[in-house]
Design a binder for this molecule. Structure first.
Ligand code: ITT
Length: 197
């Protein structure tokens, strides 16, 4: 079985992407299984740039093919914020709850519906050409958090056509529609073609 590092420290992302790769000939290795993990500076201007930064640095550190993702919430009335700053909207080491509070604070005064989308860029690097893929899911932000599944802004995000928030959907349900599931299912096909397992 081949190993690919998934360059993330976010346990929610690990659960979701492991589920996508569960019947594949690939075993994902998370950063929690490795020692001396270098600090990743996400100073790219786009989601794709940041995804490539994660994959490249970790590949260069361990010499093992690596995938990364950069993702976030894009809110129309906030001119696309928090965008690439989604993880640190309420400050450098903000918790999910603090980020959710900041989001509701920023939206106060705007009329509903608060149209938004989750976006995800995924990247794979093994020393050759980068493979990249993109996914998004449209929806809207509600005023009161609902659900304990998922992570981040999930309790405030109602996907289009759904009555449950992403925080109320099961892992399997979220993986049918999410930005990350779309981006990683595409990336998986590209990886299979490129490495011919
Ligand atoms: P890594 O960089 O270690 O992968 P991170 O959480 O910092 O973990 P990002 O830089 O990609 O990841 O930031 C993404 C943030 O956007 C994340 O922390 C959430 O706040 C939000 N986000 C992204 N995908 C989400 C999802 O599926 N559900 C809820 N919130 C999400």
């Amino acid at each position: 079985m081949r190993e690919i590092i998934f360059a993330t420290k976010n346990p929610g992302k690990i659960r979701e992407v492991n589920d996508i790769f569960k019947n594949s000939p690939i075993r994902l290795v998370s950063l929690f299984e490795l020692s001396n993990v270098p600090e990743i500076i996400e100073d790219g201007l786009t989601f794709e740039e940041n995804a490539k930064i994660k994959a490249e640095l970790i590949f260069k550190t361990y010499g093992i093919p690596t995938m990364g993702d950069d993702s976030g919430l894009v809110v129309e009335q906030l001119d696309g914020r928090p965008g690439v700053f989604s993880a640190r909207y309420a400050g450098e080491s903000a918790t999910d709850e603090e980020n959710n509070e900041r989001l509701l604070y920023e939206l106060d005064g705007f009329s509903e519906p608060h149209h938004a989308k989750f976006v995800c860029s995924s990247a794979y690097f093994d020393g050759g050409k980068f493979l990249t893929a993109y996914g998004e899911v449209k929806g809207r932000i509600i005023k009161m958090p609902r659900g304990k599944n998922g992570f981040g802004y999930d309790p405030l995000f109602l996907p289009e056509g759904y009555t449950l928030t992403s925080g109320e959907l099961s892992l399997e349900e979220k993986n049918k529609i999410s930005h990350r599931a779309i981006a990683f299912k595409k990336l998986y096909s590209l990886i299979l073609k490129a490495i011919i397992i």
